[in-house]
Design a protein around this ligand. Structure first.
Ligand code: ADP
Length: 228
């Protein structure tokens, strides 16, 4: 699903953000990625979404070898990775239904499919009764659930969540991670969640990859400890 082999990434100014990183994430896994600010987490995500290419090494995501991906195959690759961001990135002028339907419309799904599928994904995130509301009428946690529904609408095999709880109250943060874990086990979606909240990782446990100074300094399973 995700395969990084000896990946080094150097920014234009000569700064090396990732140093010979190798990691594999299998289909159906849920992985936390942790690391302090400036460790290289965002740089790694940019490589996984083909926003940038590695300076050296190989990046394979969902079977696409990103170093050799032809421009014409880029949209197909992008549709295979759902993204969730810290700042939600919802369209303010669209209601919840249309925010979720948006990705389906741009990928040419029929109105008939959209009419039945959007309520289905809204139900997955427990927002079926908020379809007509606008982002400004929702709490941070609810907005993030809409963003998750939007990412899931096109049924991507991989979901990458970049600090999804960063703008949410601590109590609701746990609900967001619980939701992502439920999606992982119920839908089989592989999920990589980047966070700097160590207590969230300890609360849920599971495979955790720690990046520090551009290198992986831990990749293993953390035991869960349902206390905060
Ligand atoms: P994290 O997401 O873990 O906070 P980043 O991947 O954003 O870390 O950054 C890793 C390092 O790369 C940092 O030291 C940062 O200053 C540097 N960096 C990030 N973006 C750029 C850029 N566009 N040009 C040069 N250096 C950058």
């Amino acid at each position: 699903m995700i395969d990084l082999k000896n990946v080094t990434f150097v920014y234009d100014n000569g700064f090396t953000a990732l140093k010979n990183v190798s990691l594999s994430v299998a289909k159906g896994e849920f992985v936390f990625v942790i690391g302090s600010s400036g460790a290289g987490k965002s740089s790694m995500l940019k490589l996984l979404t083909r926003e940038t290419l590695p300076t050296s090494g190989k990046v394979v995501v969902n079977g696409f070898n990103l170093g050799q991906l032809k421009r014409k195959h880029l949209p197909k690759f992008r549709r295979s990775v759902g993204m969730v961001f810290q700042d939600f990135r919802l369209i303010k002028t669209m209601n919840v239904f249309d925010n979720v339907a948006f990705s389906l419309r741009v990928t040419n799904h029929s109105s008939r499919f959209i009419r039945t599928h959007v309520p289905y994904v809204l139900k997955l995130v427990q927002l079926e009764d908020k379809a007509k509301m606008y982002p400004r009428e929702l709490s941070g946690g609810e907005q993030q659930r809409v963003a998750i529904a939007r990412a899931l609408a096109i049924d991507p095999p991989l979901l990458v969540a970049d600090e999804p709880t960063g703008n949410i109250d601590p109590e609701l943060s746990l609900q967001i991670v619980e939701l992502l874990r439920r999606i992982n086990s119920y839908c089989g979606t592989t999920i990589m969640m980047v966070t700097h909240e160590h207590d969230v990782v300890r609360y849920f446990g599971g495979r955790t990859i720690s990046i520090e100074d551009g290198k992986i300094d831990y990749d293993g399973v953390i035991n869960k400890n349902n206390r905060r």
